[in-house]
Design a protein around this ligand. Structure first.
Ligand code: CDP
Length: 227
């Protein structure tokens, strides 16, 4: 069957990554977490005290950043490597979440990441999730999904995820972070988060995880035949 690109965009913590991973596994496709790339850039900027208001410092830092994904044979998950080091755990920390939307709004950062993402999707057979995948990275993706969920549900899900990773964060703090990121991500000048006109919207507030996966698989199978 024809290999396609599946672009999944949407707000933070609405279940994009978990859904995208399972969809990719079921289709035997590669899963690429574009948010992990922006998080890795942010981690580098934090650790190297990069002044994000200075374009020269940003350009210099970007030239020193190499991001790769490697499959961990133990848990079968793609993990993020920054300049050869596994940063999968570090990039999920709150200190990164607090800065990532500001960093992602910088044009040079986006240009560098989008170029890499397009390379990763060149041979198709890819599920990629993020904010601008269907609109900017792969505007001709055969299937575009826009995921949403109620704000409070998203905050509870994210708090649980952070706890599972060892960070206990007050619900109000998680909410504040999500609200701030939603605001920056949707209002920025460069590639704001918006629903592409071709995207199918899935609200994950009331559907079960299996239902949302099934819906995307069904749409993907149709797209493989009709596009
Ligand atoms: O995990 P969560 O859903 O909270 O976010 P993420 O997918 O890891 O993305 C983290 C941040 O990276 C987002 O809040 C955006 O600011 C930025 N991002 C972006 O600008 N464009 C993308 N394609 C993916 C993420």
């Amino acid at each position: 069957m024809k290999k396609i690109i599946i672009a999944i965009d949407g707000y933070s913590a609405c279940g994009k990554s978990t859904t995208a991973k399972v969809v990719a596994t079921l289709l035997n496709y590669a899963y690429i977490d574009s948010g992990a790339m922006y998080r890795a850039v942010t981690l580098y900027f934090l650790d190297h005290y990069v002044d994000i208001t200075n374009p020269k410092s940003v350009a210099k830092a970007l030239a020193n950043i190499n991001i790769q994904f490697h499959l961990n044979p133990k848990n079968k998950e793609n993990e993020t490597f920054l300049n050869g080091l596994n940063v999968e755990k570090d990039i999920r920390e709150m200190r990164v979440a607090e800065k990532v939307s500001e960093v992602s709004a910088i044009k040079d950062v986006r240009v560098a990441m989008v170029a890499q993402q397009q390379k990763l999707g060149k041979s198709k057979g890819v599920v990629m999730d993020g904010r601008d995948i269907g609109t900017v990275v792969f505007p001709s993706a055969e299937l575009k999904i826009f995921m949403t969920a109620d704000f409070d549900i998203r905050a509870e899900r994210r708090q649980k995820e952070l706890l599972e990773k060892g960070e206990l964060i007050e619900l109000d703090v998680v909410k504040e972070n999500l609200a701030k990121r939603d605001q920056i991500d949707t209002s920025r000048k460069e590639s704001p988060l918006l629903k592409d006109k071709e995207a199918v919207e899935i609200d994950t507030t009331h559907v079960t995880f299996d239902e949302q996966v099934e819906q995307i698989i069904h749409l993907a199978q149709n797209a493989m035949i009709t596009t």
